[in-house]
Design a protein around this ligand. Structure first.
Ligand SMILES: Nc1ncnc2c1ncn2[C@@H]1O[C@H](COP(=O)(O)OP(=O)(O)OP(=O)(O)O)[C@@H](O)[C@H]1O
Length: 337
């Protein structure tokens, strides 16, 4: 197997008595877009500060192409670019002046610096605003400039910490397109975000961290395969006399029959969890959670059980397995709660 471009190995960091990062390991391959997900305070920013060499770990190490990164500080600095959550730019300078200033810090000058400045303004879509001072930009435009500055020295790995938080839709689209372009050009990317749909759209592999430890790390599609399939069954009584809302509270017997089925299905034994919509009278739905491969069998068994109770399945809806649900399964809470 080829050597990862960057590897976090057993990273730990404590602030006072608080262990912010308890044990974090993962690796990023050359040219890979990697997502880092976790709720507030999970330890993401602390982890990426250690990856970028801005903070020393208490234990563990960062390997750059298989070697301890601290052994080659110049290489580490040149090959990595971190776009932090807090903007790192001069608000009283224009976009051009900011990019040229930071480019100069990396030794760029003359035609090379001018060319790089033009490329970056185009990449982040700030050509028209290039001469205006950054203080007058919208929040989203400032984020785009922040990204351009991060990229000035053509880092081979870019770490983006929540790049789209609080930005307008147009800037968000620009930022995402810029990241896609970087990925197409073969830049490795660590994308830290609360927005699962962004991570799903951009990253092939992800790590989910909480309380300073990695809960899961792997290829997104494979991780999603472990999320139970959810089927929502829309059901109704087979007998019209017995229909929902008709006569003297027939729905309670309908509800009782649904509950009866739900109780009979033992989730431990069958791998199927059945739950009945709370307001059965107005919302006759049944939720099945089962494994992806087994759901046709499960559905068949359940429809027989329904038939025996004179209940008809009108419609079956399958809910997509997504990162939001994987996250919920692992951490027990929603990311944006
Ligand atoms: N310099 C510091 N001194 C003391 N505590 C810190 C410091 N930096 C981070 N922490 C604490 O460490 C924990 C992890 O913080 P960190 O910023 O790494 O989390 P995060 O996952 O990036 O969260 P967020 O999404 O809110 O940025 C938090 O409880 C935070 O308050």
């Amino acid at each position: 197997m080829s050597t990862p471009f960057l590897e976090a190995r057993g990273l730990k960091k404590t602030f006072g008595s608080h262990q912010a990062v308890k044990n974090v390991s993962f690796s990023i391959m050359h040219g890979e877009a990697f997502g880092l997900l976790g709720p507030n305070g999970a330890g993401k920013s602390t982890t990426i500060r250690m990856l970028a060499g801005l903070m020393a770990p208490d234990a563990g190490e960062v390997l750059l192409e298989g070697e301890p990164a601290w052994k080659h500080p110049e290489k580490w600095k040149r090959q990595l670019g971190l776009a932090p959550q807090q903007l790192a730019l001069y608000p009283e300078l224009s976009a051009i002046e900011n990019i040229r200033f930071f480019g100069g810090l990396y030794g760029l000058k003359g035609a090379a610096l001018s060319q790089r400045t033009d490329e970056l303004l185009e990449l982040v879509g700030l050509e028209d605003a290039a001469h205006r001072i950054a203080a007058n930009y919208s929040g989203g435009m400032q984020r785009r400039l922040n990204l351009a500055i991060t990229l000035v020295h053509k880092p081979r790995l870019v770490i983006l910490d929540e790049p789209t938080v609080g930005v307008d839709p147009q800037s968000r689209a620009h930022l995402l397109e810029s990241v896609r372009q970087l990925a197409r050009d073969g830049t490795s990317i660590i994308y830290v975000s609360h927005y699962m749909e962004e991570v799903e759209a951009l990253c092939r592999r992800v790590a989910i961290i909480d309380h300073g430890v990695v809960l899961e790390c792997g290829v997104l599609d494979q991780l999603l395969g472990s999320v139970p399939t959810q089927l929502v069954l829309h059901v109704r009584p087979a007998n019209s006399v017995d229909s929902v809302g008709a006569g003297h509270d027939p729905s309670s017997s309908f509800s009782a029959r649904l509950q009866h089925i739900a109780q009979r299905v033992d989730p431990e034994a069958t791998g199927v969890k059945v739950s009945v919509g709370e307001n059965v009278e107005s919302l006759p739905t049944v939720l099945i959670e089962t494994s992806f491969t087994e759901w046709p069998d499960r559905l068949h068994q359940l429809s027989q059980a329904f038939h025996a109770e004179s209940i008809v399945i009108d419609r079956v809806e399958s809910r997509q397995q997504n990162l939001e649900r994987l996250f919920l399964q692992l951490t027990g809470r929603a990311l944006r709660a």
